[in-house]
Design a protein around this ligand. Sequence first.
Ligand code: ADP
Length: 387
Amino acid sequence: MLILIINSGSSSLKYQVREIHDDGSEPDQPILTKGLVERIGVPGSGIPDHAAALEQVDAHLEEVLAGRTIDAAGHRVVHGGERFSAPALVTMEVIRAIERLAPLAPLHNPAAAQGLRAITARWREMPQVVVFDTSFHQSMPEEAWRYALPDALYTEHGIRRYGFHGTSHDLVTGVAAQTLGIERDQFRAVVLHLGNGASATAIRDGKSVDTSMGYTPLAGLVMGTRSGDVDPSVITQLISRGIYTAEQMDHLLNKESGLLGLSGNADMREVVEAAEAGDTAARTALEVASYRLAKYVGGYHVAVDGAQAIVFTAGIGENSAPFRAAVLDRLGALGVQYSAELNEQRSGEPRVISTPDSAIPVLVVPTDEEQAIGALTLQVAQQHGKL
Ligand code: ADP
């Protein structure tokens, strides 16, 4: 079976065609083709919107699939609000619900809805499934998702913590529990998804009970270009003093901060290299980022009543041994001990990098959001008798 996986960013569209068997397993080489359309909606790019981008994708697929047809499409959608606590089969009503959630993700949800409408128009009979970044975190208790703000902000404007990277946190939680031989519904862990965007999630009984991103993906950890947590008054003061407009401030916090703001470089590899070469700004960036993350791990260890695992995933979590070491070196108070040798070893497999006497096992688990979306697409389409 062939599944088209679509990840619509605000101005980009990533896609993959994956082969998947009826039972959800995949062949050794599951990816038939993949690609990226960029600069959507940018004047002069010739790609006015996501519907036009999909036409390009369609033309490319016709060439490479040599007569085979796509059986289903799975879409990553950033925001499912409180409406979606699980992936959903696409209907016109579901597309409208995604559009209604646009105030929560003004750049992403309209782009996703446009892609959904374009595919529905092009392949009327093909089942489509939407997988939300937020839905895994709908299990959080109110004490974790409420902000201490007047009630009307929640009831009238939906201002609350939603959390993101849910597909990855969910997948990695399952793999980590399995690797340790613990039943998922009894598993307590702190999962660290560290990519360009980064978030930590507290897992209890295999479910999300807290997460570091909030109303938007700006909150929490120090990221490639995002600030993570800052005192909200910094923002209101700089705007009220007329130093920045709200729009400039949004850009500053999302695109000019984090590792980039601190060190001049958003890429962890380059920050680590610069720090090793003695660049003090790069060293500070690593210290701020690893200290912030270690504080979250300590907090979430409490939130889950004692984690049975600390799990690293995504680009930095899977590949940056120096950053993992910088975080783990700060967790001595939790009895965490890791093997420098295991930490340095490169592998694409889930693995334990702590020593046997560590109070909490430390794991590295590769994530694959596209694979997870493919599997969920098949599952939901089958549940509805569409495949
Ligand atoms: P995205 O959030 O865009 O999916 P990724 O999960 O691909 O991001 O993570 C990107 C980050 O991973 C970058 O900061 C990059 O420096 C880091 N990274 C990727 N490969 C390595 C590596 N071999 N060593 C250290 N860091 C790496």
